[in-house]
Design a protein. Structure first.
Length: 110
């Protein structure tokens, strides 16, 4: 038996949530293995191509970044520049976010 982090009542180790208060059993939560440092470096160096979005499992956004990057060559590099600036800002956000917030957003098994 373990104790609930929310209410302190006893609950079984394999329980997904506390039967008393409904708090999630954090010792039993399976998480992904995405790293915010890797995501930030990918956004910094390959962000215009959307590589960081593919890494984080956001395939649709990755394809959008890639298409805008490639079509940017046709449209005088303006979309390419805009995507590059957005990726740079995203890299800073990834580096500055806390591990807990990053895990909650990108390392949850859905």
């Amino acid at each position: 038996m373990i104790y609930c982090s929310g209410c302190g009542n006893e609950m079984h180790e394999t329980a997904v949530a506390c039967p008393s208060c409904g708090a999630v059993n954090k010792s039993n939560v399976v998480k992904g293995n995405k790293s915010k440092i890797v995501a930030g470096v990918l956004a910094l160096f390959f962000g215009g191509l959307g590589v960081h979005k593919f890494y984080l499992g956001q395939t649709g956004l990755g394809i959008l970044y890639l298409c805008l990057y490639l079509f940017g060559f046709i449209l005088a590099f303006i979309p390419t520049l805009i995507i590059g600036v957005i990726a740079f800002v995203e890299a800073i956000v990834y580096f500055c976010t806390s591990d807990e917030n990053f895990d909650n957003k990108y390392n949850r098994i859905r």
